[in-house]
Design a protein around this ligand. Structure first.
Ligand code: GLU
Length: 274
Protein backbone atom coordinates (compact mmCIF):
# COMPACT_ATOMS: atom_id res chain seq x y z
CA UNK A 1 0.00 0.00 0.00
CA UNK A 2 1.42 3.38 -0.94
CA UNK A 3 1.32 6.06 1.72
CA UNK A 4 0.43 9.62 0.67
CA UNK A 5 1.06 12.74 2.69
CA UNK A 6 2.80 16.11 2.55
CA UNK A 7 6.27 15.48 1.13
CA UNK A 8 9.29 17.53 0.18
CA UNK A 9 12.18 17.43 -2.24
CA UNK A 10 15.21 18.92 -0.47
CA UNK A 11 18.28 19.20 -2.70
CA UNK A 12 21.60 20.64 -1.52
CA UNK A 13 22.84 23.11 -4.16
CA UNK A 14 26.41 21.83 -4.35
CA UNK A 15 26.20 21.20 -8.08
CA UNK A 16 23.76 20.91 -10.97
CA UNK A 17 20.78 18.57 -10.70
CA UNK A 18 21.23 15.12 -12.20
CA UNK A 19 18.90 12.23 -12.90
CA UNK A 20 19.17 11.02 -9.30
CA UNK A 21 17.67 14.32 -8.14
CA UNK A 22 14.90 14.10 -10.73
CA UNK A 23 14.08 10.58 -9.54
CA UNK A 24 14.04 11.78 -5.94
CA UNK A 25 11.73 14.69 -6.82
CA UNK A 26 9.41 12.30 -8.68
CA UNK A 27 9.39 9.93 -5.71
CA UNK A 28 8.42 12.83 -3.41
CA UNK A 29 5.72 14.11 -5.77
CA UNK A 30 4.33 10.60 -6.36
CA UNK A 31 3.82 10.26 -2.61
CA UNK A 32 2.27 13.70 -2.12
CA UNK A 33 -1.35 13.38 -1.11
CA UNK A 34 -2.48 16.01 -3.61
CA UNK A 35 -1.01 18.73 -5.80
CA UNK A 36 -1.00 20.94 -2.71
CA UNK A 37 1.22 18.60 -0.75
CA UNK A 38 4.54 18.66 -2.60
CA UNK A 39 7.10 21.16 -1.29
CA UNK A 40 10.61 22.15 -2.35
CA UNK A 41 13.33 23.02 0.15
CA UNK A 42 16.87 24.18 -0.55
CA UNK A 43 19.34 22.75 1.98
CA UNK A 44 22.19 25.23 1.69
CA UNK A 45 23.59 25.52 5.21
CA UNK A 46 27.04 24.42 4.07
CA UNK A 47 28.26 27.78 2.80
CA UNK A 48 31.58 26.34 1.64
CA UNK A 49 29.97 23.86 -0.79
CA UNK A 50 26.64 25.47 -1.71
CA UNK A 51 26.41 28.21 -4.32
CA UNK A 52 23.53 30.53 -5.09
CA UNK A 53 24.11 29.93 -8.77
CA UNK A 54 23.39 26.21 -8.19
CA UNK A 55 20.21 27.12 -6.29
CA UNK A 56 19.06 29.28 -9.21
CA UNK A 57 19.94 26.56 -11.71
CA UNK A 58 18.09 23.92 -9.62
CA UNK A 59 14.97 26.08 -9.41
CA UNK A 60 15.06 26.72 -13.13
CA UNK A 61 15.57 23.04 -13.98
CA UNK A 62 12.77 22.02 -11.61
CA UNK A 63 10.40 24.53 -13.19
CA UNK A 64 11.39 23.28 -16.65
CA UNK A 65 10.58 19.72 -15.52
CA UNK A 66 7.22 20.87 -14.15
CA UNK A 67 7.93 20.55 -10.42
CA UNK A 68 6.15 23.26 -8.49
CA UNK A 69 6.33 23.79 -4.73
CA UNK A 70 2.87 24.10 -3.19
CA UNK A 71 4.13 26.66 -0.67
CA UNK A 72 7.04 29.08 -0.71
CA UNK A 73 10.35 27.35 -1.36
CA UNK A 74 12.13 27.16 2.00
CA UNK A 75 15.77 28.18 1.78
CA UNK A 76 17.64 26.99 4.87
CA UNK A 77 20.31 29.71 4.85
CA UNK A 78 17.51 32.23 5.55
CA UNK A 79 16.59 30.52 8.82
CA UNK A 80 19.89 30.20 10.68
CA UNK A 81 18.57 32.04 13.76
CA UNK A 82 15.78 29.48 14.16
CA UNK A 83 18.23 26.55 14.03
CA UNK A 84 20.60 28.24 16.47
CA UNK A 85 17.63 28.79 18.79
CA UNK A 86 16.92 25.04 18.81
CA UNK A 87 20.55 24.33 19.60
CA UNK A 88 20.52 26.90 22.42
CA UNK A 89 17.47 25.14 23.87
CA UNK A 90 19.28 21.79 23.86
CA UNK A 91 22.27 23.48 25.46
CA UNK A 92 20.07 24.83 28.23
CA UNK A 93 18.92 21.27 28.90
CA UNK A 94 22.49 19.94 29.09
CA UNK A 95 21.95 17.73 26.05
CA UNK A 96 24.77 19.12 23.91
CA UNK A 97 28.37 19.92 24.80
CA UNK A 98 31.18 21.85 23.12
CA UNK A 99 33.81 19.81 21.30
CA UNK A 100 37.21 21.28 20.43
CA UNK A 101 38.73 18.23 18.78
CA UNK A 102 40.16 18.54 15.31
CA UNK A 103 39.35 15.99 12.62
CA UNK A 104 42.87 14.56 12.97
CA UNK A 105 42.51 14.20 16.75
CA UNK A 106 39.22 12.37 16.33
CA UNK A 107 40.63 10.10 13.64
CA UNK A 108 43.59 9.22 15.88
CA UNK A 109 41.37 8.22 18.80
CA UNK A 110 38.28 6.78 17.11
CA UNK A 111 37.84 3.06 16.70
CA UNK A 112 34.19 2.69 15.67
CA UNK A 113 32.15 3.45 12.57
CA UNK A 114 28.48 4.45 12.61
CA UNK A 115 25.95 2.62 10.39
CA UNK A 116 26.37 5.35 7.74
CA UNK A 117 30.13 4.82 7.66
CA UNK A 118 31.00 7.99 9.55
CA UNK A 119 33.52 7.93 12.39
CA UNK A 120 31.97 7.58 15.87
CA UNK A 121 33.23 10.37 18.13
CA UNK A 122 35.33 8.86 20.94
CA UNK A 123 33.85 11.23 23.55
CA UNK A 124 37.00 13.18 24.37
CA UNK A 125 35.22 16.47 25.20
CA UNK A 126 32.17 14.90 26.87
CA UNK A 127 32.15 15.91 30.50
CA UNK A 128 33.96 19.18 29.75
CA UNK A 129 37.34 20.28 30.97
CA UNK A 130 38.92 20.36 27.52
CA UNK A 131 40.64 23.60 26.58
CA UNK A 132 40.12 24.73 23.01
CA UNK A 133 43.02 27.17 22.96
CA UNK A 134 40.95 29.82 21.24
CA UNK A 135 39.34 27.42 18.77
CA UNK A 136 35.58 27.80 18.38
CA UNK A 137 33.77 24.59 19.29
CA UNK A 138 31.45 22.26 17.45
CA UNK A 139 28.40 21.26 19.51
CA UNK A 140 27.70 17.56 19.96
CA UNK A 141 24.59 15.78 21.13
CA UNK A 142 25.26 13.76 24.28
CA UNK A 143 23.66 10.63 22.87
CA UNK A 144 23.78 8.79 26.20
CA UNK A 145 21.76 11.53 27.89
CA UNK A 146 19.44 11.89 24.92
CA UNK A 147 18.68 8.17 24.90
CA UNK A 148 18.20 8.20 28.67
CA UNK A 149 15.55 10.89 28.10
CA UNK A 150 13.64 9.45 25.13
CA UNK A 151 14.90 5.90 24.61
CA UNK A 152 15.89 4.27 21.33
CA UNK A 153 13.17 4.90 18.75
CA UNK A 154 12.31 3.44 15.40
CA UNK A 155 10.15 4.57 12.53
CA UNK A 156 7.47 3.43 10.08
CA UNK A 157 8.98 2.82 6.66
CA UNK A 158 6.75 2.59 3.59
CA UNK A 159 6.60 -0.99 2.32
CA UNK A 160 8.60 -2.34 5.22
CA UNK A 161 6.78 -1.48 8.44
CA UNK A 162 8.54 -0.69 11.69
CA UNK A 163 12.32 -0.23 11.56
CA UNK A 164 14.04 -0.31 14.98
CA UNK A 165 16.29 2.64 15.76
CA UNK A 166 20.02 2.37 16.37
CA UNK A 167 20.93 5.94 17.27
CA UNK A 168 23.30 4.66 19.98
CA UNK A 169 25.58 3.38 17.21
CA UNK A 170 26.05 6.95 15.92
CA UNK A 171 27.38 8.23 19.23
CA UNK A 172 27.62 11.96 19.90
CA UNK A 173 26.74 13.43 16.49
CA UNK A 174 27.45 17.07 15.66
CA UNK A 175 24.40 19.34 15.91
CA UNK A 176 26.31 22.62 15.60
CA UNK A 177 29.20 22.67 13.18
CA UNK A 178 32.24 24.75 14.00
CA UNK A 179 31.87 26.81 10.79
CA UNK A 180 28.12 27.38 10.40
CA UNK A 181 26.93 26.69 13.96
CA UNK A 182 24.24 24.30 12.71
CA UNK A 183 24.10 20.83 11.13
CA UNK A 184 22.16 18.72 8.67
CA UNK A 185 20.51 16.57 11.40
CA UNK A 186 19.28 19.66 13.25
CA UNK A 187 18.02 21.61 10.24
CA UNK A 188 16.34 18.72 8.45
CA UNK A 189 14.29 17.65 11.48
CA UNK A 190 13.41 21.24 12.36
CA UNK A 191 12.25 22.01 8.84
CA UNK A 192 10.24 18.81 8.44
CA UNK A 193 8.37 19.94 11.55
CA UNK A 194 7.94 23.56 10.38
CA UNK A 195 6.78 22.49 6.93
CA UNK A 196 4.37 19.88 8.34
CA UNK A 197 5.99 17.01 6.43
CA UNK A 198 4.06 13.81 7.17
CA UNK A 199 6.08 11.53 4.89
CA UNK A 200 9.82 12.08 4.51
CA UNK A 201 10.96 10.82 1.11
CA UNK A 202 14.66 10.68 0.29
CA UNK A 203 17.44 8.35 -0.84
CA UNK A 204 18.63 5.22 0.95
CA UNK A 205 21.94 6.96 1.73
CA UNK A 206 20.06 8.70 4.56
CA UNK A 207 18.12 5.64 5.76
CA UNK A 208 20.25 4.96 8.86
CA UNK A 209 20.42 8.67 9.83
CA UNK A 210 16.68 8.41 10.51
CA UNK A 211 17.50 6.84 13.91
CA UNK A 212 19.22 10.10 14.92
CA UNK A 213 16.37 12.20 13.51
CA UNK A 214 13.82 10.27 15.54
CA UNK A 215 15.75 10.99 18.75
CA UNK A 216 15.87 14.72 17.94
CA UNK A 217 12.16 14.79 17.11
CA UNK A 218 11.35 13.14 20.44
CA UNK A 219 13.65 15.45 22.41
CA UNK A 220 12.01 18.50 20.84
CA UNK A 221 8.45 17.16 21.06
CA UNK A 222 8.08 17.41 17.27
CA UNK A 223 5.66 15.13 15.43
CA UNK A 224 6.86 11.79 14.09
CA UNK A 225 6.74 11.60 10.30
CA UNK A 226 6.66 8.35 8.33
CA UNK A 227 9.45 7.60 5.88
CA UNK A 228 9.79 6.33 2.32
CA UNK A 229 13.43 5.95 1.30
CA UNK A 230 14.14 5.10 -2.31
CA UNK A 231 17.05 3.15 -3.77
CA UNK A 232 19.92 5.14 -5.22
CA UNK A 233 20.31 5.43 -8.95
CA UNK A 234 23.56 4.12 -10.28
CA UNK A 235 25.83 5.83 -12.75
CA UNK A 236 27.00 3.97 -15.82
CA UNK A 237 30.05 2.73 -13.93
CA UNK A 238 27.72 0.99 -11.46
CA UNK A 239 28.55 3.46 -8.68
CA UNK A 240 26.22 5.93 -7.00
CA UNK A 241 25.12 8.60 -9.48
CA UNK A 242 26.80 11.87 -8.65
CA UNK A 243 27.21 15.35 -10.02
CA UNK A 244 30.40 14.13 -11.61
CA UNK A 245 28.26 12.00 -13.92
CA UNK A 246 27.94 15.02 -16.19
CA UNK A 247 26.27 12.95 -18.89
CA UNK A 248 23.22 12.61 -16.65
CA UNK A 249 23.09 16.26 -15.62
CA UNK A 250 19.72 17.83 -16.41
CA UNK A 251 21.48 20.82 -17.99
CA UNK A 252 23.56 18.59 -20.23
CA UNK A 253 20.48 16.69 -21.36
CA UNK A 254 18.62 19.97 -21.98
CA UNK A 255 21.51 21.34 -24.01
CA UNK A 256 21.46 18.18 -26.09
CA UNK A 257 17.84 18.91 -26.94
CA UNK A 258 16.30 16.19 -24.77
CA UNK A 259 12.77 17.28 -23.76
CA UNK A 260 11.46 17.56 -20.20
CA UNK A 261 9.09 14.62 -20.68
CA UNK A 262 11.93 12.44 -21.86
CA UNK A 263 14.14 13.40 -18.87
CA UNK A 264 11.26 12.55 -16.52
CA UNK A 265 10.83 9.23 -18.33
CA UNK A 266 14.53 8.40 -17.96
CA UNK A 267 14.40 9.19 -14.25
CA UNK A 268 11.24 7.17 -13.78
CA UNK A 269 12.71 4.14 -15.54
CA UNK A 270 15.89 4.39 -13.47
CA UNK A 271 13.77 4.66 -10.30
CA UNK A 272 11.85 1.55 -11.28
CA UNK A 273 15.13 -0.38 -11.61
CA UNK A 274 16.34 0.25 -8.03
N1 GLU B 1 19.71 17.72 1.26
C1 GLU B 1 19.89 16.30 1.31
C2 GLU B 1 20.54 15.82 0.02
O1 GLU B 1 20.57 16.55 -0.96
C3 GLU B 1 18.59 15.56 1.50
C4 GLU B 1 18.18 15.58 2.90
C5 GLU B 1 16.90 14.84 3.23
O2 GLU B 1 16.08 14.62 2.34
O3 GLU B 1 16.71 14.52 4.38
O4 GLU B 1 21.06 14.73 0.00
Amino acid sequence: MTVFDRTRFAPSPTGFLHLGHVASALHARDHAGSAGDFLIRIEDIDRTRCLESFTRAAMEDLAWLGFESAGAVRVQSCHMAAYRGVLAGLRGRGLVYPCYCTRAEIAARASLRAPDGSVVYPGTCRGGGVCGEGRSPAWRLDMGRALAAVGELGWQEEGRGFVPGEAALFGDVVLGRRDSGVSYHLCVTHDDMVQGIGLVTRGMDLFTATSVHRVLQALMGWPEPRYAHHGLLLGEDGRKLSKRDGAEGVRVLRARGVGAGEVLGMARRALARV
